[in-house]
Design a protein. Sequence first.
Length: 400
Amino acid sequence: MSKKIDIYTKLFGLILTLMALKFLFSYLNVELGWWLRNLFPNYLKFNPLGLPKNTSEMIEFALLPAMVSYLALSYRSLGVLRLPLLLIGVMLGLNLITMFTTEQDFLGSIKYTLKIAAPIFFFCVLVVHYKRTGKSMEGLLKKALVFFSVLIVIALLIFNESFNRGAYRLPVYFSGLHTHSYVLTICFVVASYFLRKNIFVLIGFFGLSFAFLALGYGVRTIMVFYLLYIAVALYLRDDFIKNAYVRLVVLAPVLALVVIPSLQGFDFDRFSSGRLTMYTKKFEILKDYTFTEYLFGRGRGADYVRTTEWWYDTKGSHNDYLTFFVENGAIYLLVFILLILSFLFLVRRSHIIFVVLIVGYLLTSAISNGFAVRALASYWLFTFLAFIYVQHLKGKFSFG
């Protein structure tokens, strides 16, 4: 028994170490783009060890086997966690079918599934470990928050500025501007949990952090996610805000009558950065699909096309559901949705914060390349979800 415990402990320690290294070296992946082409990229300017640019991605080849090994050894302890793992297995099986029907390479075919699955594996590892040991996960959560905060400050102090939506933005650390914004937002979400006791502090923190996110980086998808979270968090914390929400619901029809007429002539395509043009293009492509292609897709890369809006480069749908449908087919898309929704049924009644984070995960995929294809950010999100889940099982999680 002591040897088994020792194996579990060592494997868990290895997983955490690899995870820390993955985040630590993610700055090497940051691309400068055309607007910053005169600057030196991080992998040339801040790389004393001479590490490869994709070091963070290469760590995944050790991290994934370590997590799978831990879960295999813990099979009897998984319980209801077997359901999401089973659905991941189904997705991998569908990837293999798509690989054979489209003659794609193996790693290319399973790439999206691995991005989706790896953070879920980490969630399961965390849940099993803390259920087995009986320890509190709060210490790990605080250490992770401090670790990410230090990296964010390092980026602000010494890294290159970034560029988004026609303006120069603050420096980023985690792989790129969008992924960095996602990781930063989960830092705000986790920090809000520790600040929740004082409603005035919490409201002030939400205001300042949202302004920092909006003005510093301007990534709209994660701003929508954060606004949704803020709305629910404040609803849970204050009766006055609850009453204000009720009034807003009552006034919603009146507000709609005022707002809708003003939207006539509004260029939604430009506002969405060409997404409507891209969606139209993809629906035209789908009209030519065979029955087999509807079921299993056309394989990796089929989602990338040029449009009148994005004439300068091939782009994906900026909608994960459409991407999965085009590349992997309708069955894969359905299983993906079932996989994420399955987390809502791991306990009889999930906490509303857990629910809103899952809904937010799905929402980001509906309006952009969301958490589903940003594994680095999803690792951090699922860490907090694991904390909520473990605390909820103990009857100790509260946002009040």
